[in-house]
Design a protein around this ligand. Structure first.
Ligand SMILES: CC(C)(COP(=O)(O)OP(=O)(O)OC[C@H]1O[C@@H](n2cnc3c(N)ncnc32)[C@H](O)[C@@H]1OP(=O)(O)O)[C@@H](O)C(=O)NCCC(=O)NCCS
Length: 206
């Protein structure tokens, strides 16, 4: 990672203005979803829940398919197997895994998480699966007593949930820059905080 915020981060290469997009995020002038290969899949047909240990292989496959490479799949599985606390959520439709979101503990502010990776099956993009996964994940993290979350990602996407780069500015970390964002799960959790942010070891390989 070159640390300027556009490097291959914890969820793929962050490009100017956009996150890496799937090839099948089809739209028409009439609105989204019209051309999705699975037809109109209502978000209500998708279940969001914690992942189960027997879903590791399906998570690996989904991550690799979503990112088009193995690095994020390895990251997710290494983190989930490792000693650091994680929260792993999946989106499931009719028994098929269509999305995955992982949080893992980082050292820095008290009870702090990193959000990475976030992956949605290319066939289910632009249906708010990613949005709902993040919403469910943040709710789950708050309920579990986590106080703040950092992500390396597109401000337009993550800003909708309350992530802001200003909150992440005091963090000293290799990938500090405009794409490093943070949000508080508890009011003022990051107020007055500054210092190093130490990610679990598997992040050094991405
Ligand atoms: C990025 C990703 C998770 C988005 O998932 P998704 O379920 O298709 O996204 P949503 O349907 O929830 O998108 C919600 C909104 O964000 C926008 N959006 C979708 N993908 C986006 C992207 N890559 N960059 C910026 N905005 C994006 C949508 O257009 C939509 O906007 P609208 O509300 O104005 O219509 C998915 O494209 C993916 O898995 N990409 C490959 C892996 C990746 O890059 N992960 C994120 C790393 S930080």
């Amino acid at each position: 990672m070159d640390g300027d915020g556009r490097a291959a981060g914890h969820g793929g290469r962050v490009q100017e203005g956009r996150l890496p997009r799937g090839s099948r995020g089809l739209r028409t002038s009439g609105g989204r979803k019209d051309l999705m290969p699975h037809g109109r899949v209502a978000i209500s047909q998708i279940t969001f829940r914690d992942s189960a240990p027997e879903e590791d292989a399906a998570i690996r496959e989904l991550e690799a398919r979503a990112f088009g490479r193995e690095e994020e799949a390895d990251l997710a599985l290494d983190l989930m197997a490792g000693p650091v606390e994680t929260l792993s959520l999946v989106a499931v439709r009719e028994g098929r895994l269509v999305g995955h979101l992982l949080f893992s503990r980082i050292e820095g502010p008290e009870r702090c998480l990193a959000l990475a990776p976030l992956a949605v099956d290319p066939d289910f993009r632009e249906m708010y699966v990613g949005t709902e996964l993040v919403r469910h994940g943040l709710k789950r993290a708050r309920e579990a007593g986590w106080k703040s979350v950092f992500v390396l990602g597109e401000p337009n996407y993550y800003g909708r949930f309350g992530f802001r780069s200003e909150l992440a500015d005091p963090a000293v970390v290799e990938w500090q820059g405009p794409f490093l964002l943070a949000m508080e799960l508890e009011p003022d959790a990051l107020a007055g905080w500054s210092g190093p942010l130490v990610y679990p070891e598997p992040f050094s390989k991405v």
